[in-house]
Design a protein around this ligand. Structure first.
Ligand code: ATP
Length: 404
């Protein structure tokens, strides 16, 4: 249907990038990237109107995002027509703009297009041997200066390699080695590194790509104070695994929990770092002020709480310590606590404690003759605490406790 809309407006339209890659791999991909030879914004507007979706244009880049009522997302970009003077006063040559668009992409496997206009529907455009790389499961850059142009592509190469179980081709691997040796990272304050790192944290298993980043010598730029050695490596891997396991458990308990995974993983990584190192990392990669603050405050709050949590305590007291913490705090505590009973306590808090309510409600208290006022919530809280600690288990128990 999108292709027919392109026909109506007279543009050539192509599905491109990850969508085509995943289609050929028969893997689900809910983000459709479309490139049109024509004005992408005008086309996106037409698509949004047709599907009754929402339309978000980015005029500067001639791109737009359309979200459909079923949450499907379409990114639409404009393939710019570029004209080249040909020698000997021949007429100007118009380079196929889709070819130019594809040639600027990161890896061959992401540089295919599938035409979607009605007559040419399904025509695969592959200028760079992408299909063969896909078959051989190789990640390969399109030209030698690819990482010089954009070093964040190294993060992407590693992410795709680990996610799809592919391998980075030998030449591309050599180019990564050169880029690291040329200190392209040390010189750069590129925020794209951080956004790519955050995408790694969202992967099903972030540990694989993180270990690969370390193998390529990139930790010294990301987290210079980690000073990798056998012991710190083991500790690092353990921390990441713990965080991953804690996130999984949290989702089991609360499938819709809103978790900032990058904050959770960064906190684990920064477990042994001081505030200066966290601040330096945020400055270097232009992290948002509010996230930087969150990292610093969470760490300070939880580090102070950890020794307290090691001492045995009643469940109501545990609840009191944890009730103001957010998910990232709780995940951090789970992942860095050395004693395993802390995990159990935090999970117990998440699954049960925080949901406990007394059987008697405000209405019951009023019927029992308690006057409305600030004392009301105090009474309900004390009933709640008693229930947490197993001192009451029925309405009659609660009434008896009140009489005392
Ligand atoms: P994912 O499944 O992780 O979303 P994707 O391939 O769709 O994978 P995106 O980051 O959404 O990844 O990028 C869409 C497309 O844009 C890529 O397939 C690639 O062709 C191109 N692209 C993205 N980032 C870069 C980059 N840094 N350099 C060149 N091309 C890029």
């Amino acid at each position: 249907e999108v292709g027919e809309l392109a026909d109506e407006i007279g543009f050539k339209a192509f599905a491109v990038g990850g969508f085509v890659r995943d289609l050929l791999l028969k893997t689900a991909n809910l983000d459709l990237d479309i490139v049109v030879e024509g004005n992408g914004i005008a086309f996106a507007k037409k698509v949004a109107e047709h599907f009754k979706g929402k339309f978000f244009p980015h005029e500067k880049f001639l791109t737009a995002t359309v979200t459909l009522p079923n949450d499907f997302k379409i990114d639409i970009a404009t393939a710019r027509l570029e004209y080249y003077e040909s020698p000997a006063a021949m007429p100007m040559i118009q380079l196929s703009s889709i070819k130019l668009d594809l040639s600027r992409r990161d890896f061959s496997i992401n540089a295919m297009a599938l035409q979607i206009n009605r007559e040419q529907f399904g025509t695969l455009i592959d200028y760079f041997n992408s299909q063969s790389d896909l078959r051989n499961q190789v990640i390969r850059v399109l030209h030698n200066l690819s990482f010089v142009e954009d070093p964040s592509r190294i993060f992407r190469a590693i992410r795709f390699e680990k996610r799809m179980n592919f391998h980075i081709g030998p030449h591309t691997k050599g180019l990564i080695g050169n880029a690291v040796a040329m200190n392209l990272f040390g010189k750069s304050r590129d925020s794209r590194f951080l956004s790519e790192l955050k995408i790694i944290f969202k992967e099903k298993d972030p540990l694989g790509p993180l270990v690969r980043l370390a193998e390529f010598g990139l930790f010294q730029y990301l987290w210079p104070d980690l000073r990798p050695n056998y012991r710190t490596d083991r500790r690092f891997c353990h921390g990441i695994r713990q965080t991953k396991a804690a996130i999984k458990k949290l989702y089991e308990i609360e499938p819709k929990a809103k978790i900032d995974k990058s904050v959770a993983f960064l906190l684990t990584i920064f477990h042994r770092s001081g505030p200066e190192e966290i601040q330096a990392f945020c400055n270097r990669f232009n992290e948002e002020e509010k996230i930087c603050k969150k990292l610093l405050q969470t760490k300070q709050r939880c580090d102070a709480l950890l020794p307290i949590l090691y001492t045995p305590m009643a469940k109501s007291e545990l609840h009191q310590h944890l009730q103001d913490l957010n998910y990232e705090d709780l995940l951090y505590i789970c992942s860095v606590a050395k004693k395993s009973h802390i995990h159990k306590s935090v999970l117990d808090y998440l699954c049960q404690l925080r949901h406990i309510k007394p059987l008697l409600k405000g209405k019951d208290l009023m019927e029992m003759g308690y006057p409305r006022g600030p004392k009301f919530s105090e009474i309900l809280n004390s009933l709640k605490r008693a229930k947490m600690d197993g001192l009451v288990s029925s309405r009659a128990d609660e009434e008896e406790l009140l009489q005392k």
